[in-house]
Design a protein around this ligand. Structure first.
Ligand code: IMP
Ligand code: MG
Length: 171
């Protein structure tokens, strides 16, 4: 990918995640939580942030699909549900990005229907100015403008996820 520019370096990502992990440990002090990673994109972020956390957690995954190319289709479908029983539990959703908010709105509603004590959202990137749904992330690492990001879990048509930093495609 030769038109990829660096947006956040590995070091910047690591430092920001350390701060967020600390804030999450404060939030969940003395509690056992269920951490839900949204497949596939959030895997890289979820693994790194969970390793920085001291909170006792059960790890689970959920998969939805909605995105084709660089524009969201808007219709979100559940491809894989979580396995943990989250009734009465505190749930932390780990997601790569909040863009229009359609994906996380769907995910939050879906999880809330299972009767948890709480559902909080932690994102790596927030494209704040693109929001179409009334939903916000509770903990976010980086706020960006309308750039299409690739790397550290972000893909363009399936590839680029293993690039170790967050890059963006120069238009
Ligand atoms: P939303 O439903 O519009 O909030 O979009 C969220 C989903 O869109 C994420 O889970 C990503 O898979 C995808 N997405 C949004 N922006 C980007 C981007 O810049 N790069 C890669 N994927 C993106
Ligand atoms: Mg995703």
């Amino acid at each position: 990918m030769d038109n990829l520019k660096v947006l956040f370096t590995q070091d910047e990502i690591d430092k920001r995640e350390t701060q967020i992990a600390k804030a999450l440990d404060e939030e969940y002090k003395g509690k056992e939580i269920v951490a839900v990673c949204i497949l596939n994109g959030a895997v890289f972020f979820a693994v790194d942030i969970m390793k920085k956390m001291e909170t006792v957690l059960v790890f689970d995954t959920l998969q939805v699909s909605s995105y084709v190319g660089t524009e969201s289709t808007g219709n979100v479908v559940l491809k894989k549900d979580i396995e943990a029983d989250v009734k009465g539990k505190d749930v932390l959703v780990l997601e790569d990005i909040i863009d229009t908010g359609k994906t996380l709105k769907f995910v939050k509603d879906h999880l809330m229907a299972k009767g948890p004590n709480s559902v909080k959202i932690c994102t790596l990137v927030d494209k704040k100015y693109r929001r179409e749904e009334k939903i916000e992330s509770d903990y976010n690492c980086f706020t960006i403008e309308n750039k299409f990001v690739v790397g550290y879990g972000f893909d363009i048509d399936g590839v680029g996820r293993n690039i170790p930093y967050i890059g963006y495609i120069e238009e």
